[in-house]
Design a protein around this ligand. Sequence first.
Ligand SMILES: NC(=O)c1ccc[n+]([C@@H]2O[C@H](COP(=O)([O-])OP(=O)(O)OC[C@H]3O[C@@H](n4cnc5c(N)ncnc54)[C@H](O)[C@@H]3O)[C@@H](O)[C@H]2O)c1
Length: 289
Amino acid sequence: MRKKNEQRRHSSKSRSRSILVTGGAGFIGANLVRLLLKEGYGVTVLDNLSTGKRESLTGLPIEFILGDILDRRTVDRAVRGKDGIVHLAAQTGVPASLRDPRKDCEVNILGTLNILEACRAENARAERQTRNVHKDGLRIVFASSNAPLGRQSPPATEDKAPLPISPYGASKLAGEAYCLAYQGSWGLSTVVLRFGNVYGPFSGHKGSVVAKFFRDISSEGKIVVDGDGQQTRDFIYVGDLCRAVLLALKSNVCGEVFQVATGTETKITHLAELVKSTSGSKTAVTHGP
Ligand SMILES: NC(=O)c1ccc[n+]([C@@H]2O[C@H](COP(=O)([O-])OP(=O)(O)OC[C@H]3O[C@@H](n4cnc5c(N)ncnc54)[C@H](O)[C@@H]3O)[C@@H](O)[C@H]2O)c1
């Protein structure tokens, strides 16, 4: 009997450290996977490598599943036996969502629905086998953005009504809504994090402004600011963001939305000067349309 209990304790301990990161080969994923491994978690990554790179995870002791969140069978397989999911996989760009709103809708809404449905089924399966480790079942952290707030003026806060102005904002808002609805309807342990503008290592492929300015310096020899550069963003370093994701994963708070940023507005002209001085570059800062 004692041995059985010990075994159960052991298996619950190792299971409680088993996390699926969808989109784990992308910018934030590559950083988050490293943090989770450092913290002793077992990590599975599900990624279709549409923008992420397998090389950003080279040498890391993870399970890698090459697949699409739109493929329910693959999602079921990836979710099986996990205790937590960080759902990062998405169509992540506003311009791409304007070019192809249907694709944006499919990946960000139906893809998220697949994750939630797979988690609901996995909770039910675990309950049938009476091996549910957390009484609340699987923990699900959903990566959202400030885009659902859209037209709202800063500061971005949770109490403001979402007013999206892009298909990307709309699809992220729908993803948030489904996460909250699955908590309300089936008690899924979901939490929504709205990331600020994230910068840091592994972001070379991103269209976001910090990555773009560094690319400008190396490719064009000059930093091109869109418009007058008086527009502002709230920038957060990816290491800080990943710590927030980890806290959300460990927390029991569910059915809620949190903004994750610094609360500091930075003008794009100021950012351009910062990038220029940080990189020791003498290149000019110019303005585009
Ligand atoms: N980077 C930011 O500043 C920022 C800000 C707000 C929100 N977010 C959100 O954070 C998450 C991660 O963003 P990121 O910056 O790391 O983007 P990224 O493009 O670097 O990473 C996304 C990853 O998801 C994968 N992916 C895309 N579609 C997929 C699909 N259908 N099936 C499986 N994998 C798929 C890509 O290959 C990539 O590895 C996204 O949900 C994004 O909307 C990012």
